[in-house]
Design a protein around this ligand. Structure first.
Ligand code: ADP
Ligand code: MG
Length: 145
């Protein structure tokens, strides 16, 4: 599925719609990967998913801290939203210090990971892969796979 998004507000609405489609798998955490160039809107998309799931605190880019974990309010499918930015990682081995394997084991974890290309060798198949392309006119093409 592919969507053309004109504005940041539209991207946020799309991310909120997407958040509503997520359901846990009994096999472990739900992993959503987000690809796209710097500034494409991966973090903006994640922020809107967090907001849709009831994260009250401000979600900031984990580019420097690599990983942020947010508790979700009771009554949601998931207990925690984990936001990982793999931009600064060199290979999948760098995921180990983040406790990634452990995080993947809990079915109530929702993991959104930017830059899956950087850690491809250690990543399991994601539940959903999202690609965001910034077009020359400023619109975004969002595809789900
Ligand atoms: N249609 C749009 N969709 C998403 N972001 C947009 C759009 N138009 C402008 N922007 C801006 O682009 C930037 C995207 O940044 P960010 O989400 O941090 O990108 P990434 O995480 O992919 O590097 C934000 O500053 C946002 O305000
Ligand atoms: Mg980002």
């Amino acid at each position: 599925m592919e969507k053309i998004i004109m504005t940041l507000a539209e991207l946020e609405a799309e991310a909120m719609r997407f958040a509503g489609t997520l359901a846990p798998s009994p096999r472990g955490a739900t992993l959503v990967t987000l690809s796209g160039e710097l500034g494409a809107g991966k973090t903006a998309f994640t922020k809107a998913v967090a907001s849709a799931l009831g994260v009250g605190e401000t979600v900031t880019s984990p580019t420097f801290v690599l990983e942020k974990i947010y508790a979700l309010p009771p009554g949601k499918h998931f207990d925690r939203l984990i936001h990982i930015d793999a931009y600064r990682l060199e290979s999948g081995a760098d995921l180990a210090p983040l406790g990634f394997d452990e995080l993947m084991r809990s079915e109530t974890n929702l993991i959104l990971l930017e830059w899956p290309e950087k850690v491809r060798d250690a990543l399991p198949e994601p539940s959903v892969h999202i690609s965001i392309i910034a077009e020359p006119d400023g619109s975004r093409t969002v595809s789900y796979g």
